[in-house]
Design a protein around this ligand. Sequence first.
Ligand SMILES: Cc1cc2nc3c(=O)[nH]c(=O)nc-3n(C[C@H](O)[C@H](O)[C@H](O)COP(=O)(O)OP(=O)(O)OC[C@H]3O[C@@H](n4cnc5c(N)ncnc54)[C@H](O)[C@@H]3O)c2cc1C
Length: 528
Amino acid sequence: MSKRRLKFWGWGYEDQTLSEIQARQIAERISALTGLSPEGYVPPPKLSEIELSTPRLTPPCALESICSTSAYDRAAHTYGKSYPDYIRAYERDFSTAPDIVAFPETENQIIQLLDWADGAGAAVIPFGCGSTVVGGIEPVVGGGFRGALTIDMRRMAKVLEIDPTARAARIQAGALGPDLERQLKPSGLTLRHFPQSFEFSTLGGWIATRSGGHFATLYNHIDDLVESLRMIAPAGTVESRRLPGSGAGPSPDRLMIGSEGSLGIITEAWMRLHQKPTFRASSAARFTSFETATKAVRAIAQAGLWPSNCRLVDAEETKLAGAGDGSFHMVVLGFESSDHPVDAWMDRALECVRDLGGEFDTAGERDTTADAWRKAFITAPFKREGLISCGLMHDTFETSITWERLADFHVKVKTATEEVIQRTTGKPGHVSCRFTHAYTDGCAPYFTLHAQPTPGQEVCQWTEIKTAASDMLMREGGTITHHHAVGRDHMPWYSGQQPALIGDALAAVKDRLDPKGMLNPGVIVPLR
Ligand SMILES: Cc1cc2nc3c(=O)[nH]c(=O)nc-3n(C[C@H](O)[C@H](O)[C@H](O)COP(=O)(O)OP(=O)(O)OC[C@H]3O[C@@H](n4cnc5c(N)ncnc54)[C@H](O)[C@@H]3O)c2cc1C
């Protein structure tokens, strides 16, 4: 593990904290573009300012060496990275910190930890790197437990085996994105699953949350890359069979993928790999009409070209990213292959663009606009902290919808979100949209909102905005999440979206795998 310490309250390393001047510059730029006018500045918390309650649990001697009750470890495992997580951290409120954080190095230690937690009446929170934006790891576990134990998987981070023939690797769940790719590099193979949180999230977290990577089509969710996996539950160990495909009844993998720490702790998985791409092409097309840009994305998604990137970014978001002046919507396109040149695929995609009246740069200039957007995308999580310090609300929510409902859906969700921001905060907000993934039958719209909450009312106002936006997603037939997962924040809408009998069946599965309901209580299966 790196010697640099991660922030206990936010994104990235401690030495990547923005200064007040940097935060103010970011907030000024965004306020000039959105019309919001932030006031004041709240510095990020210091560990010395945090008061934690006395741990209610004591680890047994045999597990003491892998357990911590240090203030840093408890604080760093309290919150994920959602807007309300940041606000409570900035309020120096870490009242839900876990009592103990364990760092197992072997499956046997996980089994011992679960046995001990069972006897001690503790809830157990599986933890990857805490990049959840939906309250997936906060130990809010209900009154039935004597305390909370968080199990951090990052010491189980090895690539254990590589099968070059089938192009697959057996990888431990705690591997962070960059370390996982570093270990695969000598083989010339790559997982190529690059969520925006790649640097600070783990393989186990991706599988547990069904994360969405950079591939805009074809292999968009981690689901498509999992060949088999292994999970330890309080009732025993489950391991699925390594197969390229199988028609043998409901898939055990599909039950474990997306279980968000509620059914067991994923310890390792065989993952499908790719040869590193050597042929690449990228471009950015401009459209004056959002609707026409949508048609272009649909045409490309339905043409069987399978671009690795095919993202529509609306004019407002293009401008916020510094990739445009607000007069055009942008479609970022990319193709890659390890086997053949991809120019013909790009040319065909650009024909679709041209047929619909879109414009694009000539070959030499192709990359500039797309590059500006890509850079803004990577630095966005850091900039967000500057905005929050300066009193601005910045949040994102995402969904998916079939093409024929998209136009109406997009307008209704955007309007409902703008209206609730105005009603709740008393000031106009700013809502923009991009499509993160495209399918033959629809796409995944991803909304970004900026607002100016009343100081001291941030969490309350955020809850109202989140509720109204989520209600509208549900009412208009979308999903509560395309890839950010369910966590605690989305449970009310997830329970409504899921067929009731399936919810009952999942609760029965949890009863069998986790009879005391101690794993991540309240996530996926409602708290009893
Ligand atoms: C800036 C930013 C950008 C993001 N971009 C994306 C994106 O592009 N695509 C995307 O899909 N998501 C994205 N996310 C959300 C988040 O990164 C994903 O949900 C990610 O998969 C979580 O991984 P993690 O290792 O940090 O897990 P954690 O946040 O630690 O945990 C997430 C959930 O998984 C469970 N869990 C973790 N590890 C295990 C395990 N080994 N076994 C069982 N359960 C486990 C936890 O209990 C929890 O319920 C983003 C988040 C941020 C803050």
